[in-house]
Write a protein that binds this ligand. Sequence first.
Ligand code: RFL
Ligand code: PHB
Length: 389
Amino acid sequence: MRTQVAIIGAGPAGLLLGQLLHRANIDAVIVERKSPGYVLGRIRAGVLEQGTVNLLHEAGVASRLQSEGIVHEGAEIESAGERHRIDFKGLTGKTVTIYGQTEVTADLMMARETSGATTIYEAEDVRLHDIELRSPRISYVKDGIQEEITCDFVAGCDGFHGVCRQSIPAEAWQAHERIYPFGWLGLLVNKPPVDKELIYINHPRGFALCSMRSPQRSRYYLQCTLAERVEEWPDERFWRELSARLNPTLAAQLQSGPSIEKSIAPLRSFVAEPLRFGNLFLAGDAAHIVPPTGAKGLNLAASDVFYLWQALREHYRTGSNKALDQYSSRALARVWKAERFSWWMTHLLHRFPGATTFEKKIQEAELSYLFQSEAAQRGLAENYVGLPY
Ligand code: RFL
Ligand code: PHB
């Protein structure tokens, strides 16, 4: 098979790039290791920046987002029993939209099916060949048969554990990484959210987050240790612990119920540099990871895709490689700012095991400054709603 762009991975980055390229009349094939059902079963992000929403409009997949997405004009931060609202709209003129990654993925999958573009699901042993040459090749095994795709470019959208980044020779890229000494235990439940906005909580027992997917579906997170396993967290224990981290008024409002999903994710910051090797371009989690505290992962995948889509479009329209040559530096400039923000939010809101009294006092001062200073709140709000592309 021959295509212009071979996209590895049918997560939000790969599907969005595929859809934007399709609308630009650029031929792309997506190769995905898992089944569509598996991809849709992963419960992840919930907060979309306006830039991501705009790009989904541009891709022609925003009709359900427009009717079902919930616009939030602010979020709450709670520490030492005090709750403060960060007024995104008032401070920046911008908002965020609550719409689950599962829904974004479902909308993109539907659009791809309608377009008739090729997606190969359940492709095993995906390998990249000749990525530094003019005609890279992708090999994979489907239903026991070895297949091959020849292309002009490879978009590595295969997430943190994918094959694309690993295909770059070790001397051609550098990893920058921080691993945090805790994880997030997440629970999804079909009950109305405890509040109409998101609440980020810094509590002596650990961080907690009250989020949502719809007026009838809530998503909650608890900071947990890396040693903990989800089997050690029956629903009753989760609800008890969450109530202990909420202030009494909120705890009394909390509607618990049987979980429909529960999982633990470790927290990590990671950036691979550069994002290009030969004709391979990395985008999304394949290139970088942020801790979920700032809700930036999916949004960064979208901004990478924006730059890559523009660069590929320019290449096929005009023959110019200028934007392709600039892809890595343009995308990374935005990535590093989101890395900084996510790292800062993580430090602001979590309890770090073994923190010194100095570190604890600095965190208290940071929170106190945030609550007192409109300038500090504006800084948070500006980053949370998303820096410009
Ligand atoms: P994905 O979603 O991991 O998709 C990669 C796809 O590639 C496939 N794949 C392969 N395909 C072929 N060959 C191989 N060898 C392959 N290896 C892997 C995989 O099966 C998969 O289908 O990466 P992508 O597209 O870059 O999207 C990134 C986002 O999924 C991620 O950044 C966000 O989910 C992060 N995230 C959040 N982001 C936000 O913007 N806002 C949030 O509120 C938010 N909350 C979260 C999050 C991530 C979380 N976890 C579990 C890490 C909350 C959590 C708990
Ligand atoms: C979510 O709803 O899954 C969510 C919301 C905000 C975050 C992280 C995750 O910062």
